[in-house]
Write a protein that binds this ligand. Structure first.
Ligand code: NAD
Ligand code: UDP
Ligand code: UDP
Length: 319
């Protein structure tokens, strides 16, 4: 399908009612594109899109990507998939189906339309990594039968499908390996660490550290991440990824808790709970490829991103 020629495109975003999808849609609309959001609202929330009601360039379709989809668009971003451990472990069979059947359907759609397709892959493809920081050529250390496997192996199989459609059918693919991202519109009860700690601190409740809190993560502010998505989609066709997109500044979970307490001025105390099974001990992206191929790197430091995130949750709690 021909593009408009004025840089304006019709863009499909699956999972667009979720945290990352809704921010991506805002940016795509800001650029003048038309956006079709497809979401089954499993973890997403229409309130993330409330501000777009009435925008003639925006359309919402309630649909499960495990089912075929026949629409006409110029570009596809495939984000549909529950992303937090609590949500993806709630119905693990459905999680694998969403990653695998969803990828097959969206790749089939891209094949028919001959359009580029972006996949929201994850640092979880590296599992509990023995190479640190993680580079894209590391194959990972993933348990195939554990409680995180529905997500990790589902996303790994989706990557396989993307690369086979690329090799076999010549599809233009863009595979991003996303590292932990935070910001406004995170689901308040999906149990991810940044939202948990901020909400606990604002309510004066105990901050729940799993294990000894010495495990590490590297947190990327959502606006930085979305800029990386847009640059990857706009990159030359030979830039297929997989490419790490995340913030390489690494913190222990305990350091994160202390920073949240400091910034909220909270009286909350730390409490230690058992570490969930297969919880990765360390995670930090090597982003040399993103720097070289996309001229991209994160700009928002944790303190600044947390400030905006705290403001969002403060308003949500007080509403
Ligand atoms: P989210 O849960 O907020 O959003 C996911 C969206 O997908 C939700 O709106 C949900 O309703 C929708 N969805 C789920 N199953 C679906 C289905 N079968 N059909 C249609 N829609 C469906 O999560 P998020 O943080 O915005 O994550 C978006 C994507 O990015 C996911 O694919 C996730 O795996 C990936 N990712 C996110 C992070 C992160 O830190 N946020 C890290 C790595 C990868
Ligand atoms: N598909 C879709 N929309 C389309 C084209 C295909 O949802 O516009 C689905 C189709 O239902 C199929 C999947 O994508 O199950 C894979 O399509 P492909 O053409 O690769 O495979 P085939 O149809 O040959 O099995
Ligand atoms: N975590 C924690 N307390 C919480 C939620 C999470 O200590 O209330 C830890 C969790 O065990 C993991 C890290 O924080 O080591 C990141 O967890 P999250 O669920 O946000 O993401 P993921 O494990 O998928 O990176």
């Amino acid at each position: 399908m021909a593009r408009t020629g004025y840089g304006r495109k019709r863009v499909l975003v699956t999972g667009g009612a979720g945290f990352l999808g809704s921010h991506l849609i805002d940016r795509l609309l800001d650029q003048g594109n038309e956006v079709l959001c497809v979401d089954n609202l499993f973890t997403g929330d229409k309130r993330n899109l409330d501000h777009l009601v009435g925008n003639p360039r925006f359309e919402f379709m309630r649909h499960d990507v495990c089912l075929p989809l026949f629409v006409e668009v110029d570009e596809i971003y495939n984000l549909a998939c529950p992303a937090s451990p609590i949500h993806y472990q709630h119905d693990p069979v459905q999680t694998t189906k969403t990653s695998v059947h969803g990828a097959i359907n969206m790749l089939g759609l891209a094949k028919r339309l001959k359009c580029p397709i972006f996949q929201a892959s994850t640092s979880e493809v590296y599992g509990d990594p023995s190479v640190h920081p993680q580079t894209e050529d590391y194959w990972g250390n993933v348990n195939p039968i554990g409680i995180r496997s529905c997500y990790d192996e589902g996303k790994r199989c989706a990557e396989t499908l993307f690369f086979d459609y690329h090799r076999q059918h010549g599809l233009e693919i863009k595979v991003a390996r996303i590292f932990n991202t935070y910001g406004p519109r995170m689901h308040p009860s999906d149990g991810r660490v940044v939202s948990n700690f901020v909400i606990q601190a604002l309510k004066g409740e105990d901050i729940t550290l799993f294990g000894d809190g010495q495990q590490t993560r590297s947190f990327c502010y959502v606006d930085d991440l979305i800029e990386g998505f847009l640059r990857l989609m706009a990159s030359p066709a030979d830039v297929t990824g997989p490419i790490n997109i995340g913030n390489p500044v690494e913190f222990t979970i305990r350091e994160l808790a202390e920073e949240v307490i400091k910034q909220t001025g909270s009286t909350s105390k730390l409490t230690f709970l058992p570490l969930p099974q297969d919880d990765p001990k360390q995670r930090q992206p090597n982003i040399d490829q993103a720097r070289a191929k996309l001229d991209w790197e994160p700009r928002v430091p944790l303190a600044e991103g947390l400030d905006r995130t705290i403001a969002y949750f403060r308003e949500l709690i007080e509403a």
